[in-house]
Design a protein around this ligand. Structure first.
Ligand code: PEP
Length: 250
């Protein structure tokens, strides 16, 4: 039976009071059913969300972390800090962090190893730019990102991959069914070769919404979705969860 991971990346949206409202709406909007539902609010809202998620099936994640447990890293947030806020998942390698904050695969690998060590699930984002896709470099880019971000990983059990073509994020234009089918198959095969017998879930991200979720979640090797914009509206996020639940029941 197919079960999905539906994760919301709130990005730099939602103050603590706005988080309270949205989390309460999500708590009453929809049962998660068989799906793993994760929300990733900004750091300043994690404690608020955690308090409101007591007794809820919705899980909590963060949008970034530092790899060191503590120390002189002004402005950074450590994994133990996130754990104490109730986080079980952390998004790493998001294209916005690569693009605007200069994060590279080696740095992301350090975070990934620290998360595995700390017992949290990394949601590792990979994806090509439009220029790379148009120049036929998609597979090579993804292969490099996978190899370098997963370097030295021997136990892939809690890792989640999010394939997010950069050109589809926040643009309202998701990748086509053909593009997602081909790319997820490629990532799945790479992971299968590298981590024999461990099923690593692969989420699709990039303009997923309540209208296209059914089609995208039906694609082979799509194990869920990482959702930005549509995760900020309770009805839309709840509708995507319902869609996943219907596909699971089929
Ligand atoms: C994201 O930022 O991870 C994302 C997929 O955003 P959006 O759904 O808004 O394209």
């Amino acid at each position: 039976m197919r079960k999905y991971i539906i994760a919301g990346n709130w990005k730099m949206n939602m103050t603590a009071s706005e988080t309270k409202k949205l989390t309460e709406e999500l708590n009453s909007a929809k049962k998660c059913g068989q799906q793993t539902v994760i929300i990733c609010p900004p750091f300043t809202s994690l404690a608020t969300a955690n308090d409101l998620l007591v007794g809820s099936a919705i899980r909590l994640g963060a949008q970034n972390c530092h790899f060191a447990p503590k120390g002189a890293f002004t402005g950074e947030i450590s994994i133990p800090m996130l754990q104490e806020c109730g986080c079980e998942y952390v998004i790493i390698g998001h294209s916005e962090r690569r693009q605007f904050f200069g994060e590279n695969n080696a740095f992301i690998n350090q975070k990934l190893m620290a998360l595995l060590e700390g017992g949290l699930s990394p949601i590792l984002c990979i994806g090509e730019t439009l220029d790379e896709r148009q120049n036929g470099k998609t597979k090579a880019v993804l292969e490099t990102q996978l190899a370098e971000c997963l370097k030295d990983v021997t136990e892939a059990k809690s890792i989640i991959i999010a394939y997010e073509p950069v050109w589809a994020i926040g643009t309202g234009v998701s990748a086509s069914t053909e593009q997602i089918t081909e790319t997820h198959y490629f990532i799945h095969s790479w992971l299968e070769k590298s981590f024999l017998n461990v099923a690593v879930p692969i989420l699709y991200g990039g303009s997923v919404n309540d209208n296209n979720a059914g089609e995208i979640l039906s694609i082979p090797h799509v194990d869920g979705a990482l959702i930005g914009g549509a995760s900020l509206v309770a009805e839309k996020f709840a509708s995507i969860i319902s869609t996943a639940e219907k596909l699971t029941d089929r």
